[in-house]
Design a protein around this ligand. Structure first.
Ligand SMILES: [Zn+2]
Length: 318
């Protein structure tokens, strides 16, 4: 499971930062990529990465400001020519778009005016606070943010799973290697020749799922803390630095310091700042943003375009 930033600039692109887009790669887990926000030219950024558009199965849009959505029609149109999962010339799989309602009008108008016809289906899911997607592997919950138009942050949770079988302990109890281990792993209760009863559930370790939170454009709301509670990785907008707190508030944005405070208050494990104003050009500016934030929350970094962060599986436990 990896996060890759495809765009890290606020409002407008700069020479080295494109507008907002974040890819959540779950290729090892279930061979899918999810996109969070699709700023203009996201398809160009994808071309420069190792992501294949046809692997993208879901798109989540935090809000409809152009720097978060203007890349969508282009992405959808070029995805049409990427082939299907099994066949380069085939039809790409259907795509789900989770977004504030008006995005449907925007996308359909853009495609209609360009006489673009997609060979795959788009499914629009209107965002609302609460769980917006859930299956046996993942759950995504949307939280209302405090921007100047309807805006949602996302908490992406991997479901808790199973770890390894405690083979050493089983061998000590007299279990012989063989098909019986498969039965025990599946949770069955088995009885050994000497009468020892073994409940499989006691010998399979548990593995907690990973949590990633994406806080897009917003000034403070307690919802941020709820969305980011115990997150393994908190991606937080930081349009401004500490000295611009007044401007940040006026424009309904956050500073790096506020992002750090939120990470601390939510007990997040790692923080990465993104959505930087174009005024923060170059390495020294982003290092200044990081250093200020690190005084409050040390495990912080500032994303650049194409930064990739892996979120390793957690250790299994009893
Ligand atoms: Zn915005």
């Amino acid at each position: 499971m990896e996060i890759q930033f495809l765009g890290t600039s606020a409002g407008q692109p700069t020479k080295f930062r494109n507008t907002s887009a974040i890819a959540l790669k779950m290729l090892n887990e279930f061979n899918e990529v999810w996109l969070f926000d699709v700023g203009e030219a996201t398809q160009h950024q994808i071309l420069k990465s190792d992501i294949r558009s046809r692997k993208v199965t879901k798109v989540f849009l935090s809000h409809l400001h152009g720097d978060h959505v203007f890349g969508l029609p282009g992405f959808l149109a070029s995805r049409n020519f990427q082939g299907s999962e099994n066949d380069e010339g085939g039809v790409p799989t259907d795509l789900k778009i989770y977004a504030p309602r008006a995005v449907k009008d925007f996308v359909n108008a853009a495609l209609r005016m360009g006489y673009a016809k997609l060979d795959y289906k788009l499914h629009f899911v209107e965002l609302h606070p609460g769980v917006i997607f859930e299956n046996d592997k993942m759950k995504v919950t949307a939280f209302e943010m405090n921007h100047n138009l309807p805006t949602f942050g996302f908490r992406i949770e991997e479901k808790n799973g199973e770890g390894e079988l405690q083979i050493d302990e089983l061998l000590k109890l007299g279990v012989k290697p063989g098909p019986i281990l498969g039965q025990i792993k599946s949770g069955a209760v088995v009885t050994l020749d000497d009468g020892t009863r073994i409940n499989g559930k006691d010998f399979v370790l548990k593995r907690d799922g990973r949590i990633i939170t994406y806080i897009p454009d917003t000034k403070f709301t307690p919802n941020i803390l709820e969305a980011a509670k115990n997150a393994d990785l908190l991606i937080h907008e930081a349009t401004y630095d500490a000295s611009e707190a007044k401007i940040a508030k006026k424009h309904n944005h956050s500073t790096n310091i506020q992002a750090a405070q939120n990470a601390k208050d939510a007990d997040a494990k790692e923080l990465v700042l993104t959505h930087l104003s174009a005024r923060y050009m170059g390495k020294s500016a982003s290092e200044m943003l990081r250093e200020q934030a690190a005084e409050i929350f040390p495990n912080v970094s500032v994303a650049r375009d194409f930064t990739e962060i892996s979120i390793p599986q957690k250790k299994a436990h009893k």
